[in-house]
Design a protein around this ligand. Sequence first.
Ligand code: CTP
Ligand code: CA
Length: 222
Amino acid sequence: LLATLSSQDLQGRHVLVTAGPTREPLDPARYLSNRSSGRMGYALARVARRRGARVTLVSGPVSLDPPPGVEVVPVMTARDMRAAVREHRDQADIIIMAAAVADFRPVGCADRKIKKSRAPDTIALSENPDILKELGRERRPEQVLVGFAAESHDHEAEGRRKLATKNLDLICVNDILGEKTGFDVDTNQVLLIDWQGQETLPLLSKEETAVRILDRIRELLP
Ligand code: CTP
Ligand code: CA
């Protein structure tokens, strides 16, 4: 009931959210990936929709139900995610990159399963495109661009560095080592940094964290 009564302050806005990990294949049976349940991104998509936005959710492989009323675009690799984001970014007023994009991918994907008896000593990797950095380089000034940062150390300094180098309006810094803020939990405590200042949110559910992040984003809208 509370949810249906909540304000429609994002009505008329289009929000593009990415969520979950990407998966970079090594052979037909194996892949390189990141730890990510997708819960934070899905909560953002769900809450934005509830507040009246049109929402596109570009999602890596996760085991979550699609949020009601949200257009879900499933992707596998970072390069798939990049293509899907580029396809939808021009219509978006707000872009939130909550996905845990794999920074590297195996150079090639073997077409047969690599047998144990032929185990390679090393796996050659190439760097994936930085989707968010590209968005920051090519953005329209009135578009609000939001990143996440997953950090084990130097949270504030790393957050500030990424805010600047990726040309963002807001960055949400996650502590990946915290017992209640890390992976596979329903709670989170994020540090929000923008060009006005910073704020550490209390320990909240991911749903409530999404509400607070969208409150902040709404203040940044032109
Ligand atoms: N990101 C992205 N494309 C990548 C890597 C990251 O779009 N290839 C986005 C993430 O979705 C996140 C932000 O960039 O919103 C920061 O991701 P993070 O992994 O914390 O930072 P990196 O820039 O990848 O640096 P590092 O992993 O070395 O800390
Ligand atoms: Ca990274």
